[in-house]
Design a protein. Structure first.
Length: 58
């Protein structure tokens, strides 16, 4: 899975998929359901886990 490949944990991947992604103008899961696979993959590669707003710092 691309999200794991770029360093997302399972929890981070889930949160990213259901959270609003500005570069997509919607949630990644909604974009995937609309057939926008390439855009979602590109957005996930641009977004490192360190930039993820819900990332645990512990």
């Amino acid at each position: 899975m691309v999200l794991h490949d770029v360093g997302f944990s399972d929890e981070e991947a889930r949160d990213w998929l259901i959270g609003e992604e500005d570069s997509l103008g919607t949630t990644p899961i909604a974009a995937l359901r609309a057939g926008r696979k390439a855009e979602v993959a590109a957005a996930s590669r641009r977004r490192s886990p360190e930039e993820h707003p819900n990332r645990s710092t512990s």
